[in-house]
Design a protein around this ligand. Sequence first.
Ligand SMILES: Nc1nc2c(c(=O)[nH]1)N[C@H]1C(S)=C(S)[C@@H](COP(=O)(O)OP(=O)(O)OC[C@H]3O[C@@H](n4cnc5c(N)ncnc54)[C@H](O)[C@@H]3O)O[C@H]1N2
Ligand code: MOO
Length: 396
Amino acid sequence: MVSVEEATGVVLSNLFKPPVHVVDLNDAYGAVLGAPISADRDFPPFNRVAMDGIALWFSELKNGRKEFTIEGIQRAGQPPVNLSDVKNAIEVMTGAVLPEGTNTVIRYEDIVIQKNVATIMSDAVKEGHHIHRQGSDAKQDDILLTPGMILSPAEIALLASVGRSDVPVFSFPKAAIISSGDELVEVNEIPELHQIRRSNTYAIQAAMKNIGWNGTQYHLHDQKDFVIDSLKVIEAAHDVLIISGGVSKGRFDFIPEALEAIGVKKLVHQVSQRPGKPFWFGVSKSGKTVFALPGNPVSTYMCFYRYVMPWLYKSLGVQQKAQWAVLGDAFSFEPDLTYFVQVSVCNENGLLVATPEVGGGSGDFANLKRVDGFLELPKGRKTFNKGEPFPYWSFR
Ligand SMILES: Nc1nc2c(c(=O)[nH]1)N[C@H]1C(S)=C(S)[C@@H](COP(=O)(O)OP(=O)(O)OC[C@H]3O[C@@H](n4cnc5c(N)ncnc54)[C@H](O)[C@@H]3O)O[C@H]1N2
Ligand code: MOO
């Protein structure tokens, strides 16, 4: 049995190398950027007028002139006009290029215009006011976005502004989501007394969809040869297998044996954690990744967020930000295991406070509906204090 930290270390050193494909800018939201994006021009690309008003040559104002004849207008979208006489000014619009021969913008609010003459009413005008300087935000060829960024609306705006209508993004690994167990029937079936509907693969699929990842669902009956043959075919056709169930010690828990039979090397089996102790992880001969998550629904769920998601993010170069929350109530847990306690969270004066909602164990997935995530309470301790911070794994 290995610790959570050891298991994490193994999982995160067996990553998927994602290929890059191109998507239309309109479809890029939420995708993971697959190549660096640089500025094709300075940001802003020209000295940009930042307020509607007039532009003039500041020395004239400094030397005492208060009245400036307006000799023209500079609209946004027009090439720069030229101030021909420093005693004059040019009306300028926000977003326009600063007219040549001017170096200061004064807002309409600070002037009075009568008969084409602007009188400056403010004493607070400073040289260079209200000009968004060329290159002040970024220089041409600066790297604006790096691979591994999840594209939010902010990045979409940058991609648009540098002319990237085709966006290179990382492809997600092709995933198989596999359930196993003869007690499981399809969602649209009426189960017999001894049966239940399968729900874990749907939960995994939904968790994946949340980040734009898709998988194909399979179900395996508890028949050893069938499991071996099916896994062989599925392994060949996917980059990652996410299996739920059949990994503990039951007579019909064939998954570890079947995986080894098809050449998947076991790298982790059994982690000193609750839930999810029978967690299994391995890599096939052809480099495919296999997660076999313990079948109890809460265990599957927890292991997906604690191991599969970090693996995916690291594979795609995404920096997963560690989250912490403080324990809302004192808590005790006797076994010498890392305990992922189900918690509901709320924000109290800027602090994320996690209140344990233990529920009825790892089979009680009805409890998950009132829970926001898991708080990771370390092994080697029995009591945990109210107000103490611990890593928090959110699924909302
Ligand atoms: N002798 C031992 N028995 C068990 C141990 C152990 O260490 N020694 N570990 C227990 C723990 S902890 C867990 S977790 C489970 C995990 O077992 P499996 O991975 O083999 O899971 P199954 O037995 O197939 O299923 C467990 C439970 O979950 C239900 N299940 C499975 N798949 C689904 C699904 N897709 N949707 C909904 N529910 C699912 C299944 O019906 C079982 O009730 O083993 C303990 N036993
Ligand atoms: O540890 Mo198991 O994953 O609790 O039911």
